[in-house]
Write a protein that binds this ligand. Sequence first.
Ligand code: TRP
Length: 326
Amino acid sequence: MSRSRVLSGIQPTGTGKHLGNYLGAVRHWAAMQDEFECFFFVADLHALTTTPDPAEQRDRTRRTTAELLAMGVDPSRSALFCQSHVPEHAELAWVLGCLTGFGEASRMTQFKEKGGGNVGLFTYPVLQAADILMYRPQSVPVGEDQRQHLELTRDLAQRFNGRYGETFVVPEPYVQRAAARIKDLQEPAAKMSTSRGGPGTLWVVDEPKVITKKIKSAVTDTGREVRAGDDKPGITNLLTILSVVSGRPVAELEVAYEGKGYGEFKADVAEAVVALFEPVRRRYLEVMQDPAALDGILKQGAERAREVAASTMTTVRERVGLLPAT
Ligand code: TRP
């Protein structure tokens, strides 16, 4: 029996990925490779919605690919590719766009939050639906913020199937809630985020001494007990981080740190995060030293992805009534 299929994508970013991205998504991608047939890609077309400088865009795409490899995406088991190398994505997005209501697209909260902008931003979720449906995955591991886009994807799959016959698999979102709770170290009321950056964000490729410094300077709360609670957002965040990284429940950590101060606790959190990211950083630097090998990996990934994408598009074209080209 063939393994069930998983797909996910991530936008290329200049600063790289942070602890929340790792714990919320990429860690699970790496873990899913044993059990599932995986397709992972860098969403470089989606990134164009912010019209980055071209050299910067290329650099981000390579760096994000290197980070994914460093975080454990294994190109010998999974297809790792760049979205724009599979032009079928944009083609399917057009077809799905013709099945998407204007009002439906207008209701997407991410679009509304960005306050207008270009048409690419408006149709962003339709391209995302195309990314997903193309490969007929059963499951799509994403962060909590992508839930609405996944809902639209499911609606479009059902609409297409209802109108043109069973074509797409209606995918299940696989959302990691724990990681949604990773907060900024300096502003524990807010999510750790790429756009905020700064000393409250732990980048996957931060040097160990930078990680240690950021954690030791994390804002803490009044009192001196290491326990979670609404009145202690800073310590709660650090407990969440240590818990997710070490696999030990928060309640157990609270007991372990009874009678100990913030200093000792923070030192342990720092040590745990450094131990997690040190090998990632080393692999990242290695991969970045060989851009030709990296491009080769993307090429091989795109070849695998295109086999599936070409076959999906042959079916889609036929189903919607486009004449065959030959
Ligand atoms: N929108 C996603 C994000 O910002 C990235 C993305 C693009 C994606 N296409 C996708 C995620 C398809 C999952 C599946 O995180």
